[in-house]
Design a binder for this molecule. Structure first.
Ligand code: COA
Length: 331
C-alpha cells in the first residue's frame, strides 16, 4: 500500500499588516502585553473585497504550480476552516469553482485549529486506499471580520490573524517516506470554552438584533482553560505520534506545531523534549491563523530548507471543540 506524500505546499496572507500598536489604537491593549503573553508582533487582516476563498485560491494555485500540476489534475478538495464565507454551502465548493473544477468532491472540515490535521488524516486514508491521487488540502481563515475589536474582546482579538495555506498530497511508494501516522482527538465537554454561539439554528430565531447586541457572533474564550489543555494535549499527541512509530525525540528533525501562542509552543517543546532548532515558530508574524497555521508554517520552513528527504516531521495542533491531534511524516 502506498503512503501519502506532501507533493507541495503554498501559502498566502492578505496585504494589510496590523501591528500591536495598531491594535492599541482600537482597544485598551499594548505591544508589551501582547508580546509577553503570546509572542505575537504582527498579523495580517483582509481588506474590503477579500474573502477566505480568495485567500485559499492564491495559496492553492501556488501549491499546485509548485507540484508541477494544473488545477485539473486535482481529484479532491478538502477545505478546513472555522470562518467560512457563508453559512451554506461550505467554502470547498466555492474554491472548486474558483479553480475552474467540476465533478470532484469538495469536503468541508470544521475542526478549527486542528482542522489541517483532521483533513490530513482523511486525505491520508483516501490516498492509501487509492480513492484519490491528487488531494488539495487547504486551511484558510478570515478571523478579523468576526473579532470583537473593542476592549471587551481584547483577550481574543489580539491573538488571531487571517491567512491561507495549502498542500497537494499524493501517493508515494519510496521506501519509508510519506505520512507515517495521524492521531486525532476531541472532547466536546469543552465546546463552549472557545466558541462562537450564534447566529445558529440552536437559536430561535437563529439571528436577531438582540443577539448581535449581546455580541454572541463574536468568538469568546476562557483563555486559561484553553492554555492549560493546549499545553497538555499537544505534547501528549506528539508522544503518541513518536511512540506509535517507535521514534524518540532525537529522531525528530522538525516539529511544526499549530501557532496558537508562543508560550504554549515553548511548553510543548519542553514537554516533548525537543531543542530550539527542532521546533518551527512563526507566530510572531502571523498570529493564530487557526486551520491555516500549520500549512503556512510548513511552507515557510520548507522555503528555509528546514526539511530534507528522509527527515522526520511532526505536526501537532489543539483548538476549539476541544480538538487536537498529531501527524508524523517521513519527508
Ligand atoms: N491587553 C491588555 N490586557 C488584557 C488583554 C489585552 N489584549 N486581554 C486581557 N487583558 C487583561 C485581563 O483583562 C486581565 O486584567 P485584570 O487582571 O485586570 O482582570 C489581565 O489582562 C490578565 O488576564 P488573564 O486572562 O488572566 O491573562 P492570561 O495570563 O491568562 O493571558 C491569554 C490571556 C488569552 C493570552 C492566555 O490565557 C492564553 O494565551 N490562552 C490561550 C489562548 C489560545 O491560544 N487560544 C487559541 C487556542 S487554539
Amino acid at each position: 500500500m502506498p503512503r501519502t506524500a506532501f507533493l507541495s505546499t503554498g501559502f498566502h496572507v492578505p496585504s494589510r499588516l496590523v501591528t500591536n500598536d495598531d491594535l492599541a489604537q482600537m482597544m485598551d491593549t499594548s505591544d508589551e502585553w501582547i508580546v509577553q503573553r503570546s509572542g505575537i508582533k504582527t498579523r495580517y487582516w483582509v481588506d474590503k473585497g477579500d474573502t477566505g476563498v480568495g485567500l485559499a485560491r492564491v495559496a492553492s494555485e501556488k501549491a499546485i504550480a509548485k507540484a508541477g500540476l494544473e488545477a485539473k489534475d486535482i481529484d479532491c478538495i478538502i477545505y478546513c476552516t472555522c470562518t467560512p464565507d457563508h453559512f451554506e454551502p461550505g467554502n470547498g465548493v466555492f474554491l472548486q469553482r474558483e479553480l475552474g473544477l467540476t465533478d470532484i468532491p469538495a469536503v468541508d472540515v470544521r475542526n478549527q485549529c486542528s482542522g489541517f490535521i483532521y483533513g490530513l488524516s482523511i486525505a491520508d486514508a483516501w490516498i492509501r486506499v487509492g480513492q484519490y491521487k491528487r488531494i488539495l488540502l487547504v486551511g484558510a481563515e478570515v478571523h478579523s471580520r468576526g473579532l470583537d475589536k473593542t476592549t471587551r474582546g481584547r483577550d481574543t482579538a489580539v491573538l488571531f490573524g487571517d491567512g491561507a495555506g495549502a498542500a497537494v498530497l499524493g501517493p508515494i511508494s519510496e521506501d519509508g517516506r510519506g505520512v507515517l501516522s495521524t492521531h486525532i482527538f476531541a472532547d466536546g465537554r469543552y465546546a463552549e470554552k472557545l466558541w462562537v454561539d450564534g447566529p445558529g439554528l440552536a437559536h430561535d430565531p437563529f439571528v436577531s438584533v438582540s443577539m448581535l447586541e449581546q455580541g454572541v457572533h463574536r468568538p469568546v474564550m476562557e483563555g486559561r482553560e484553553v492554555f492549560k489543555f493546549a499545553s497538555t494535549k499537544m505534547p501528549e499527541s506528539v508522544a503518541i505520534a513518536l511512540k506509535s512509530n517507535r521514534l524518540s525525540p532525537t529522531d525528530v528533525t522538525l516539529l511544526v506545531p499549530h501557532q496558537a501562542n508562543l508560550r504554549i509552543i515553548e511548553m510543548v517543546q519542553k514537554a516533548a523534549g525537543l531543542r530550539d532548532d527542532q521546533v518551527y515558530i512563526n507566530i510572531q508574524k502571523y498570529g493564530n491563523t487557526t486551520a491555516a497555521s500549520i500549512p503556512i508554517a510548513l511552507d515557510e520552513a520548507l522555503a528555509e530548507g528546514r526539511l530534507r528527504t528522509g527527515d522526520v516531521l511532526v505536526l501537532t495542533a489543539f483548538g476549539s471543540g476541544f480538538t487536537w491531534g498529531s501527524a508524523a511524516i517521513r519527508w
